[in-house]
Design a protein around this ligand. Structure first.
Ligand code: FAD
Length: 812
């Protein structure tokens, strides 16, 4: 059993100790600079509101696990969780709409919820002025975690299994032997360690510096205050009950509330962002509660006024005590979980709320002990960031924005506002000239449609879609889809990550890592999967063999690069290079793609000369390129790769040559519709490591006959086992019923699944979606309904692919 040292005895450190020892890893030492268990960290004063429902299914699952765990925990007879319920109020129509949407999210992720009228809300919370609200979303199983108690209760269980908790041990350094962690050095000596878990909360960056690892989080102050006694609460609660009414959110004013016996606690995110400098904090070692900074009244004043407006009864009270509490923010609002690649054995679980603490700890413990978390962690994985996204200035800017937006109504397509533009493809100047509407992903500017195509929209008849589905959308996407199906369009594919995998061991390496047959002649391209040991889909990738020892892979992002690098053979026979930034890619797709490209090259681009799923080097209009005959939109055409410096010339040449064919620049909005019509999955949205290939409908990409590969042995069993769910296409009865993804699916009123991707299919003239559904209800023709903003949209399960099942459009 490895020796584990956990840094920090906050809620996360205690929870990790419990989860590890429960799994038999009992050689655990928790070192804490403060006293136990009121350590002085964020957990020491966390008011402990647990609202589980989140756009992230993973975070919702973490929250749900925390509730289930804490509900059964007590410390000396006192509970660690109070299931008082949660109530989110709407004081604007926009919020009210959003709560209806959120009740759908809750249903998708299996959280009980109910929309309440204003009267029902004031019945639960008589202090609330019913005149001000439209209604609320009630989640009866949410509630209050007592973080300190829950931490200590978990620590006791861990201690009972052998874990040791050391108070007043400040970590000063982390020792390494042969690059790996070997000991944690404290002011009372060194503690040997095979694995170090940094659960240091917002101190994470300080701990990271000890091993030269940048931790991309920003400590920020967040205000919390308590009122004096509120007369109407007197006699309602006692020291034992503490609170009875639901925890309350007034997100239109960035506020939340809870009872503290006969007083009210008010938390605010309405104030200016207040980043905290860890060096300043460290300069005051005398502070018993370093995470509690002096309350700045003026910052809180607007929140107090707003509290008085919503809860007029507060007029009988005053603000009694408040503080600026320090907590962590990240650039995307998600936690940081995983092991450093530079310092093996150095793990972390940081930027974690009390709400998610037990769920995160369980996932981390599974990862350490079993080698794999049972929950999809791609949104939380430490290695999800692109290099520019780890830049301290980027982290600071985005984390500050994340603080400001924490309670905003956020559209699923809403892009980051700063820093932009950050990454642009060589085609960017032309995209701007064509009036591209850009959204951002991975730091890249990505055109979603081009205003220059607006004139073509008139001829098209499109159903009215609702306001929400119309945001970050334009009918121009229909014109671009039409151009792709009937003429030819250029798509900027530059932002999709490309790796070059090279060396004498490259073939063997890829054979081991992927589900496909890689041992084919140079020039072959394949769609294949990266599985984990349990057969879960880590990614789907396109691999081209460009030479005996040279492959190019189109992958899904930084996590794929990380995954492949982790598995590289130690003998140096394989090298992986991320060639994304030095190259560019344009997709030329549509029935006229060949007529466009062929005159620009001496290579044979005929169907016979350049078959489907083949790749070759060529020169196009004087630019050396690699062309691959693949298509994510289901049309004839090529992805054409070139070095970035000649990218603009490539684009211009294609554009000029295509003018007589009606070439059109097309964006992601059309792209998403076209790929859904073809049933092409998007990893991370439609499927993750929680799914295996057969239920996700990508079993065709598995070649069991090719020999061993990562995940193969697990697939033997999975193929034979019926699974309880399947990813299937839905077609809505009414074309105007366009949804966005993550909505719940019902069969005869019973929830049976949730939508992953959705779009209006411009070619099919139907609204379509993909959804994970209980396999009892996945037969084609099964009638279901999708709940959208509280409305039932009828749909039926369809047979895939919805468009061109014979592939005649691609193979010609
Ligand atoms: P911490 O509790 O900070 O624990 C980290 C520990 O590491 C500390 O005890 C620290 O002393 C120790 N440590 C650091 N450096 C060293 C070192 N060098 N050597 C030894 N030990 C070290 N979350 C919710 O879910 N719901 C809420 O309602 C909520 N309200 C909040 C209100 C406020 C005002 C604030 C500030 C935060 C709130 N949060 C809430 C967030 C939540 O409190 C934190 O996310 C959570 O407590 C973090 O837990 P942790 O264990 O990671 O960190």
């Amino acid at each position: 059993v490895p020796r584990v040292v956990i840094i920090g005895a906050g809620i996360v450190g205690c929870s990790v100790a419990d989860e590890l020892t429960e799994r038999g890893w009992t050689d655990v030492t928790v070192v804490e600079q403060g006293p136990l268990f009121t350590t002085g960290g964020s957990s020491s004063h966390a008011p402990g509101l647990v609202f589980r429902t989140n756009a992230s299914r993973t975070l919702t699952e973490f929250g749900d696990y925390t509730v289930r765990k804490f509900r059964d925990l007590s410390l000396d007879g006192k509970p660690c969780f109070r299931p008082v319920g949660g109530l989110e109020l709407a004081t604007t129509q926009e919020r009210w709409d959003d709560l209806r949407r959120k009740s759908g999210l809750a249903a998708s992720w299996g959280i009980r919820s109910e929309l309440l009228s204003a009267d029902d809300c004031t019945e639960l919370w008589p202090t609330v002025d019913g005149e001000q609200i439209f209604g609320g979303l009630y989640t009866p199983d949410d509630g209050l975690a007592t973080a300190l108690r829950a931490g200590e209760a978990q620590a006791r269980r861990a201690s009972g299994r052998g874990a040791v908790f050391l108070a007043h041990h400040t970590v000063l350094d982390i020792e390494r032997r042969n690059g790996r962690v070997s000991a944690v050095v404290t002011d009372h000596g060194a503690v040997p360690a095979d694995i170090v878990v940094s659960a240091a909360g917002f101190w994470g960056p300080t701990i990271g510096r000890m091993v030269d690892v940048d931790i991309p989080l920003l400590p920020m102050a967040h205000q919390y205050a308590k009122t004096t006694q509120l007369p109407e609460l007197v006699g309602l609660n006692d020291e034992h009950t503490e609170a009875r009414r639901p925890i309350l959110r007034h997100q239109d004013a960035d506020l939340y509330f809870r009872e503290h016996v006969d007083r009210l606690g008010i938390g605010s995110y309405a104030h200016r962002p207040m980043p905290v400098d860890l060096d300043d904090l460290a300069a005051d070692p005398s502070s018993a509660m370093p995470s509690m900074l002096t309350f700045t009244d003026a910052d809180f004043d607007p929140s107090w006024q707003e509290s008085l407006r919503l809860l007029p009864g507060l007029a009988d009270t005053k603000l009694d005590e408040g503080f600026n509490g320090v907590m962590s923010f990240t650039s995307d609002g998600m936690p940081l979980i995983g092991e450093s690649r530079d310092v093996p054995g150095f793990w972390m679980a940081e930027a974690v709320w009390v709400t998610h603490s037990a769920g995160v700890a369980k996932a981390l413990a599974e990862w350490l002990v079993d080698g794999r978390p049972s929950t999809d962690l791609h949104e939380c994985d430490l290695h999800r960031f692109e290099p520019v996204q780890r830049d301290p200035q980027y982290v600071r800017q985005r984390a500050t924005d994340a603080f400001v937006e924490v309670y905003d109504v956020v559209h699923p397509l809403q892009p980051a506002e700063h820093p932009r533009p950050l990454r642009t493809s060589p085609f960017y100047p032309r995209q701007q000239e064509l009036g591209a509407f850009f959204l951002e992903a991975g730091g890249w500017e990505r055109p979603h449609w081009y205003e220059s195509n607006a004139a073509s929209v008139d001829e098209l008849t499109l159903p009215e879609r609702g306001d929400w589905a119309s945001r970050y959308w334009s009918p121009i996407a229909a014109a671009e889809a039409e151009a792709t199906r009937n003429r030819v369009a250029l798509y900027d594919m530059t932002p999709l990550k490309r790796l070059e995998i090279r060396g004498p061991g490259a073939l063997e390496f890829l054979q081991r890592m992927t589900t496909g047959q890689m041992n084919r002649k140079p020039g072959a391209v394949g769609y294949t999967l990266l599985l984990d040991e349990a057969g879960g889909i880590r990614s789907d990738v396109t691999v081209a063999r460009l030479g005996d020892d040279v492959f190019q892979a189109g992958v899904n992002g930084a996590l794929d690069l990380d995954w492949l690098q982790q598995h590289l053979p130690a003998d140096g026979s394989v090298a992986i290079r991320d060639i994304t930034t030095g190259t560019c890619c344009v997709g030329v797709w549509g029935p006229s793609a060949r007529a466009l490209v062929q005159p620009l090259t001496t290579e044979d681009f005929s169907h016979e000369g350049f078959g489907f799923f083949k790749a070759r080097h060529a020169n196009i209009a004087g630019v050396p390129v690699t062309a691959m005959r693949v298509s994510y939109v289901g049309e004839l055409g090529w992805e054409i790769y070139a070095d970035a410096d000649v990218g603009l010339r490539l684009w211009d040449s294609l554009w000029e040559a295509g003018e007589h064919l009606g070439v059109t620049a097309a964006g992601r909005s059309a792209f998403n519709s076209l790929r859904l019509e073809k049933g092409y999955r998007a990893w991370g949205t439609d499927m993750t490591a929680e799914h295996h290939p057969y239920e996700a409908g990508v079993g065709f990409a598995v070649r069991m006959t090719k020999g061993d590969f990562v995940g193969r042995s697990a697939l033997d069993n999975l193929a034979a086992q019926p699974t309880g769910r399947k990813l299937v296409p839905l077609v809505f009865d009414h074309p105007e019923h366009v949804v966005m993804g993550k909505e719940p699916v019902y069969h005869e009123g019973v929830p049976v699944g949730y939508v992953t991707s959705a779009a209006y299919g411009y070619t099919l003239r139907a609204s379509i979606a993909y959804a994970w559904i209980d396999s009892n209800w996945t037969d084609p023709g099964t009638q279901v309904h999708v709940e959208y903003f509280g409305q039932a949209y009828p749909a039926s399960v369809a047979t895939e692919p919805l468009f061109d099942p014979e592939m005649t459009r691609i193979r010609r």
